[in-house]
Write a protein that binds this ligand. Structure first.
Ligand SMILES: [Fe+2]
Ligand SMILES: [Fe+2]
Length: 338
């Protein structure tokens, strides 16, 4: 009986037709996907001479907005070593990105499977899946072009990967928070690198520009989706969700931003450097906090910031003020990079 009630409310929750404002927002996002989209093979000429990858190209040196890139240990390394580490790190970030996107695509299609006829969510979820498919091809081409055999995500997350998308059907709200936990740090990091204006390798520059342009819509969708669903949740569920959000943000961010064990071994990087970077120094602590300013804003707006939740946010070292509007630039980083 209880299962039946749960199924009914689950199906009812998927019916969004009477919310014209939400329908309009999703239509705008879908039309945006039709108007402005990229193809990894027509928008990037992988065989162009200027995109050739060589092992002595200083444009692969990590930018200052990268925590490792601005660390004195890294800057003290010979140029050749900086290039090599830079190539490995940037390639691995692309690999983690594509692995995350493969999980996301499976989750989106699991969700779309149950969506009722006529729902604008079906169309947008599929537009997003198409774009993510293109991103995964683009990222994999980049990894192949760099030519380093990077592993991507830490092993634990790879093992968990087949199960995560299964959550999207029955528990779409925690799933979409998981989506933000992956998309926000990647997007935040890429935007900071582009804002810094360092002379990047053209592959990096092109891939990041395309990615940032399309991610804006994906992040908007997740925010809209959660804005619509979360405020109407029951008190107990909402409280549980408020505690889950900071934990999933921190866990996924950690998996995405921190290079896997093989990286530290391969380049013999001192433990103290790793500790500084993730997330011991005050600079890296504020970088971690800043990544989630938009999610904190979402939680404030949807009633997910109670005293216990705030404590968990702080415990996960990502507590702080919410941003005033989405993608508000973080001033201290702009100055640090300058
Ligand atoms: Fe993407
Ligand atoms: Fe995305």
């Amino acid at each position: 009986m209880k299962l039946f009630t749960w199924m009914t409310s689950w199906r009812r929750n998927m019916d969004v037709g009477d919310d014209t404002e939400y329908v309009e927002k999703l239509t705008t996002l879908s039309e945006g996907s039709v108007r402005r989209n990229f193809d990894p093979y027509t928008d990037i000429d992988w065989h162009a001479i200027e995109l050739a990858v060589t092992r002595d190209d200083p444009r692969w040196i990590l930018p200052k907005t990268d925590p490792l890139g601005r660390h004195p240990w890294y800057q003290g390394q010979p140029v050749q070593r900086q290039i090599e580490i830079g190539m490995w790190r940037q390639s691995n970030v692309a690999k983690v990105g594509l692995q995350f996107e493969l999980i996301l695509i499976r989750g989106l299609t699991n969700y779309a499977f149950w969506v009722p006829n006529g729902s604008p969510e079906y169309r947008y979820c599929l537009h997003e899946s198409v774009e993510e498919c293109n991103h995964t091809m683009m990222f994999q081409e980049m990894v192949n072009a760099i030519g380093m055999d990077v592993p991507g995500m830490p092993r634990v997350l790879k093992w968990a990967a087949p199960f995560i998308p299964l959550v999207a059907g029955p528990l779409p709200i925690p799933f979409f928070f998981g989506v933000l936990a992956g998309e926000e740090p990647i997007d935040h990091t890429q935007k900071n690198v582009l804002r810094e204006g360092k002379n990047l390798h053209p592959i990096m520059e092109r891939v990041m520009a395309i990615h940032v342009a399309e991610e804006a819509r994906h992040i908007s969708f997740a925010h809209e989706y959660l804005h619509k669903r979360v405020p109407g949740m029951g008190r107990v569920k909402k409280f549980a969700l408020s505690l889950y959000v900071p934990v999933i943000m921190r866990l996924l961010c950690q998996a995405i931003v921190v290079p896997p064990r093989s990286f530290w071994k391969e380049y013999d990087i001192p433990k103290s450097v790793k500790k500084d970077l993730f997330f011991g120094s005050s600079e890296s602590k504020s970088m971690l906090r800043d990544m989630f300013a938009d999610v904190r804003m979402l939680c404030h707006d949807t009633g997910l910031m109670n005293p216990v939740a705030k404590f968990i946010w702080r415990l996960c070292r990502i507590g702080g003020p919410p941003s005033r509007y989405r993608s508000e630039p973080q001033r201290q980083h702009a100055t640090a990079a300058a």
